[in-house]
Every structure is written in structure tokens, then in C-alpha cells.
Design a protein around this ligand. Structure first.
Ligand code: IPE
Ligand code: IPE
Ligand code: MG
Length: 236
């Protein structure tokens, strides 16, 4: 019931796929293969990101999470990091006029440029009652997120903690765990993304570079998801 015969047509999505996450990798290689500076790869990657986010919303997916900048990405050359910060600032500015999306930034905002941080916080506050959730992992690391959660619990005076305590202190506290995690650019690793939340996620890897990841590639990932049998440890 979930498959349209034409492979280029949008698949039907139901509650089994309510949250999809993307590790948007391969911007640098996309640029390099064209003799362009890496930052142009990020610019093209940002265009792909906006297209995919719009398409996920059209398909009826409730929550999308994207990995945009990791706690380890600060190791990169300054001009590349600056270019990524500028792309985020442009995006946040444009997102202000979007009215259907709830924006949540996952990660530590405290060390970002003050003007950018303020804009990000305002966007989160003004959009918080909307239905379609876009989590943007920026200066995000799964280990840092867990350490932050544990420290919050310590400060609250907890001496024994449950799984629910941990989940409810993560940056993703307002989202369910991802049903599907897509990683582009032919890398099969997690790179410190959603370490706690991916416990029962399905994974989809493709060698397509992120700037080339379009609606058709998204449909392929979704169709692959619907062929999986999720057991969650049970026998069915
Ligand atoms: C992903 O693309 C974007 C970020 C990590 C910010 P990359 O920049 O990692 O692209 P490759 O892996 O070098 O091709
Ligand atoms: C993961 O990609 C981070 C983002 C997509 C933002 P990286 O390119 O940083 O991952 P590694 O270093 O290849 O593992
Ligand atoms: Mg990479």
C-alpha cells in the first residue's frame, strides 16, 4: 500500500516513519571534484538541505534532524568554519519568514557568535508551537550531549537515574528517537551523532554526495526503510 509503482513518485509515508535524520556528508568532495573551494560545496549543500526539508514536510514526516556542524568540525580551517557560520546566519534570517516549522538547535550555542546565538534563540522561541519540527544539530556532539545531560541531573541532585531521565535531558528532549538515519557520501559511521537516540534507528547509507541528494534519492531511502522489519528485540 505504501509504494507507488513509479519509482520517481513520492512514496506514501505513515506513522512508522515519523522522524528522519540526515548526516549531510560530502560537501567538500562535491566541491573538490569540480575544482571549487570547499566552502562552495557547503553552499550547495545548504541548497540541498532546504529542498529536502521542504520535501519531508510535504511527505508528512513530522520531525527532521540534520547534522550541520559537529563539535569536531572546529578542527577545520578557519575560512571553512567561517563560511559555515555565515551560511547558518543566512538561513536563520530566511527562516524567520517561514511559518509552518518549529526550529530547534541541538548543541551548545554558548560558544557561537553572540549575534548568531541571539537570532537562533529568537527563532526557537517564536516557532515553538508549530507542528513540523526541524532539529538542526549545530556545534553538536553526541558525547557532549550526554555529558551535558548527566551534569544537569547531578545539579538537580539525582543520585540514581533512569533511561527516561537521560532522554529528557538531551537536546532532543522534545523529539522521539529517529526512525531512519541517512548518511550520504559513502561513509558508514556515526561520527558522534545521536549516540543515545540511534539505539533502534534504521540506517541508510548512500554514496551520493550531499549536494546531489535530491527528492529521488530521498524516495529511495524511504522505500528502503519500508522494506525493513523492525523487531526492537522482540520475535514477531
Ligand atoms: C559535510 O561535508 C559538512 C560538514 C561536515 C560541515 P564535508 O565537508 O565533511 O564533506 P567531505 O566529507 O569533506 O567531502
Ligand atoms: C559528520 O561529517 C558531521 C556533519 C555532517 C556535520 P564529518 O565529515 O565531520 O565526519 P567524519 O570526520 O568524516 O567522520
Ligand atoms: Mg565529511
Amino acid at each position: 500500500m505504501l509504494f507507488n509503482k513509479n519509482k520517481n513518485k513520492a512514496p506514501l509515508v505513515d506513522e512508522r516513519l515519523s522522524h528522519i535524520a540526515f548526516i549531510m556528508d560530502g560537501n567538500g568532495r562535491w566541491a573538490k571534484s569540480r575544482g571549487l573551494p570547499r566552502k562552495l560545496g557547503h553552499k550547495q549543500g545548504a541548497i540541498a538541505f532546504e529542498k529536502i526539508v521542504r520535501e519531508c514536510s510535504k511527505l508528512g514526516i513530522k520531525t527532521v534532524t540534520v547534522y550541520a556542524f559537529s563539535t569536531e568540525n572546529w578542527k577545520r580551517p578557519k575560512d571553512e568554519v567561517d563560511a559555515i557560520m555565515d551560511l547558518l546566519a543566512d538561513y536563520v534570517e530566511r527562516a524567520k519568514s517561514e511559518d509552518g516549522t518549529r526550529y530547534v538547535f541541538l548543541g551548545d550555542k554558548s560558544i557561537l557568535r553572540e549575534d548568531l546565538r541571539t537570532e537562533m534563540e529568537e527563532l526557537e522561541a517564536t516557532s515553538k508551537n508549530r507542528e513540523y519540527t526541524l532539529n538542526i544539530a549545530f556545534n553538536y556532539g553526541g558525547r557532549a550531549e550526554l555529558v551535558n545531560a548527566f551534569n544537569e541531573l547531578v545539579r538537580e541532585g539525582k543520585t540514581e537515574i533512569t533511561e527516561d531521565d537521560i532522554s529528557s535531558h538531551l537536546y532532543t528532549r522534545d523529539s522521539q528517537d529517529p526512525d531512519l538515519i541517512v548518511r550520504t557520501a559513502n561513509e558508514c559511521r556515526i561520527s558522534n551523532f545521536l549516540l543515545w537516540q540511534c539505539a533502534y534507528s534504521e540506517f541508510y547509507f548512500t554514496d551520493v554526495l550531499w549536494p546531489d541528494f535530491d527528492e529521488k534519492e530521498l524516495y529511495k531511502a524511504i522505500r528502503s526503510f519500508y522494506k525493513r522489519k523492525r523487531n526492537f528485540g522482540d520475535v514477531k
